[in-house]
Design a protein around this ligand. Structure first.
Ligand SMILES: [Zn+2]
Length: 336
């Protein structure tokens, strides 16, 4: 049986609470809670009703990123997330994304050490699970300066042959104003020229601003994939552009429900039917299985139960995930 593919997981949301708890203690990180179960609630979306907004999600990421802010913690996290995805979900194509500059304690830790530690975690997982094609995506941030984002892409280009498959940008819009994606266009062009894949977090929320951003990103950055992009559903022009440019959306249903990006299950169903009917390509992901308290098989079951996708359509989305992955080659361990 062909395994599952998951292309949109954040390292900060992919490591189980027990491993994060031990990492926090090993490093002597001051935590606001002393009980493991309180900690579990601190580092996951523990309320089934979700969080009020994306800013609240960033508060949760604050803790996981702080705990992952050392070479050993990054290595352990990458290694644990890949092995866990294969053992519990049968995931054989997995991409994990993270922002290395949110894991170096404001420059106190050397960025190269953080990135090479992530690659070491990837290499160790490749030896233990040669069935898995796994890769990393380095993320820029919308709150960062141009220079900070340039450095992240320089690092990604430098490690393009060693397991970094692509780049992304995420984070809140500064001042909630529309983000100017032209500011990262030169970096995106450099990444593409180096053979890296380009995916961009856009069209997750923000109504008309979010929709306008999808159009700008498609025109200015020419991405291979979009993180979310759900606001394009129902917009004939955007759906046509996505279809014609063969852009693949990475859709995370439970995450969208928990952050209120989509109001209810009916909205989830509608988004998927819109994309199917308009020939927009997509894959299914969790955004971060541990933080969202869902796993890829739960997402597939949810979509089936809602009548959002048929079994054949789910199979097609999974095949699309394997195809659209930025990880090249059959077995990474055999290639190096
Ligand atoms: Zn995401």
């Amino acid at each position: 049986m062909e395994g599952l593919a998951e292309l949109h997981t954040h390292l900060g949301g992919s490591v189980s609470s027990d491993i994060l708890w031990t990492l926090a203690h090993e490093q002597g990180i001051a935590l606001p809670v002393k009980d493991y179960w309180d900690f579990d609630r601190l580092v996951t979306v523990s309320d089934p009703r979700g969080v009020p907004d994306l800013d609240s999600l960033d508060q949760i990421y604050h803790w996981t990123e702080l705990i992952q802010s050392s070479p050993i913690a990054v290595e352990t996290s990458v290694h644990a997330a890949i092995g866990g995805a294969y053992r519990s979900q049968g995931i054989t194509t997995l991409e994990q994304r993270f922002n290395p500059m949110k894991r170096n304690r404001g420059g106190e830790r050397d960025l190269d050490h953080i990135i090479l530690a992530a690659i070491r975690g990837l290499d160790r997982a490749s030896l233990e699970y040669p069935q898995v094609r796994a890769g990393l995506i380095l993320m820029m941030d919308r709150t960062f300066t141009q220079r900070q984002n340039e450095i992240i892409v320089e690092k990604a280009v430098g490690c393009a042959a060693r397991g970094i498959g692509g780049i992304d940008i995420a984070g809140p819009r500064p001042g909630h104003a529309r983000y100017d994606y032209r500011s990262v266009q030169p970096m995106v062009e450099d990444a593409r020229a180096a053979g890296l894949g380009v995916t961009i977090h856009v069209g997750e929320e923000g109504g008309d601003i979010g929709r306008a951003e999808i159009g700008e990103v498609l025109e200015v950055l020419r991405p291979d994939r979009l993180g979310h992009g759900i606001l394009a559903a129902g917009d004939a022009e955007l759906m046509r552009e996505l279809r014609e440019a063969e852009v693949v959306l990475e859709i995370c249903p439970t995450s969208n429900l928990l952050t209120k990006a989509l109001p209810d299950e009916e909205a989830v169903r509608w988004v998927f039917r819109m994309f199917v009917e308009n020939g927009v390509r997509f894959t299914i992901a969790t955004d971060g299985p541990e933080m969202m308290r869902t796993h890829l098989r739960d997402e597939l079951e949810l979509l089936l139960r809602l009548g959002a996708l048929s079994r054949e359509e789910l199979d097609e989305a999974n095949a699309r995930g394997h195809e659209a992955s930025f990880v090249r080659g059959q077995f990474r361990a055999a290639r190096v």
